[in-house]
Design a protein around this ligand. Structure first.
Ligand SMILES: Cc1ncc(C[n+]2csc(CCOP(=O)(O)OP(=O)(O)O)c2C)c(N)n1
Length: 310
């Protein structure tokens, strides 16, 4: 899963540079351990809400790679029939309720999932992913308040990748880790190394168990690393220290760490990893070729599925 998300993102980086992907595109590379670690603990009937950096979440929840690639290319066969693109990618069939152009916008949606599960008496869980910048939105604090008062089965997963666009987290998140802000609402929180799959996974096991068993919301605050710029095409990363991006790739790569720990423990051999890498590379190449060959949406369908009357 980690490798699939990385390979998807690296391919999107290339396709974007070649002019094949229209619209705003934010890459997730570097943060894979968070999506993979949290979604591994979810059932198919659980739900996630996402950020503007949503490809990794969609893949980890089970969205089809070819239909995702088609969506990014704006093609008819895409998961949103080519109308959502990267920043609004969604696949309700796997419980992925959508990437979101509004920073922090997915968080109240996560509460909606929790409220719905509670009212219907199911044991489904909602996971709301949010960036460090999005966690400064008022809607985040309002969501913590409601989730706590109503004891909703929600897990708030903060992905602190060091920046909100070009503003460093250490500048805009003064004082407390976001996880500790939950204390004011009686919500338990964990601060974890978001580049360590197993650390994220352990925290997710605990938080999802709590939510599913009626124990209410949790926060998992993941310290992670964004490898590409904020957004494809427009970011020269002048705000990063010199050599910072290279250092992150060398020292904070969740895939290198995962590979080292499982090969070190003798669970998977380096040859088996190579075979997985080749399989993933083929799958992503096939998805990109299929997206290139796919049809554009019919202009007559422009407004279909865009407006819904209740
Ligand atoms: C409500 C709102 N304010 C501002 C923006 C512009 N904007 C887009 S992404 C972004 C930074 C978000 O940072 P963070 O939540 O940390 O996510 P990251 O990009 O680091 O993954 C901002 C300010 C927006 N999309 N929505």
């Amino acid at each position: 899963m980690l490798r699939t998300i990385r390979a998807f993102e690296e391919r999107v980086h290339v396709e974007y540079a070649e002019g094949n992907i229209p619209g705003a595109t934010h890459l997730y590379a570097g943060q894979e351990a968070i999506a993979a670690g949290c979604c591994a603990e979810l059932r198919p009937d659980d739900y996630i809400s996402s950020t503007h950096r949503g490809h990794g979440h969609a893949i980890a929840k089970g969205a089809d790679l070819t239909r995702m690639m088609m969506e990014l290319f704006g093609r008819e066969g895409g998961v949103c029939r080519g109308k959502g693109g990267s920043m609004h990618i969604a696949d309700f069939s796997v419980g992925m309720l959508g990437a979101n152009g509004i920073a922090g916008g997915g968080v109240p949606i996560g509460c909606g999932v929790g409220l719905s599960a509670k009212v219907r008496g199911t044991d489904q869980v909602g996971v709301a992913f949010v960036g460090d910048g999005g966690a400064n939105q008022g809607a985040f604090l309002e969501s913590l308040s409601l989730a706590s008062v109503w004891q909703l089965p929600v897990v708030f997963v903060v992905e602190d990748n060091g920046y909100a666009q070009a503003t460093a987290s250490k500048y805009h998140l003064r004082g407390l880790d976001v996880a500790r802000r939950g204390e004011a609402f009686g919500i338990p929180g964990a601060v974890v190394d978001g580049c360590d799959f197993f650390a994220v996974r352990d925290a997710a096991v605990e938080a999802v168990r709590r939510a599913r068993s009626g124990g209410g919301p949790s926060i998992i605050d993941c310290k992670t690393a964004r490898f590409f710029g904020h957004m494809e095409g427009f970011d020269q990363q002048a705000y990063r220290g010199s050599g910072e991006a290279e250092k992150l790739r060398a020292e904070r790569d969740c895939i290198q760490r995962f590979t080292a720990s499982v090969t070190g423990a003798g669970l998977v051999s380096p040859e088996e990893f190579d075979a997985i890498d080749r399989e993933v590379a083929d799958e992503i190449a096939r998805a990109a070729e299929a997206a290139k060959a796919a049809a554009d949406p019919d202009p007559a369908e422009l407004l279909t599925d865009v407006y819904v009357s209740y």
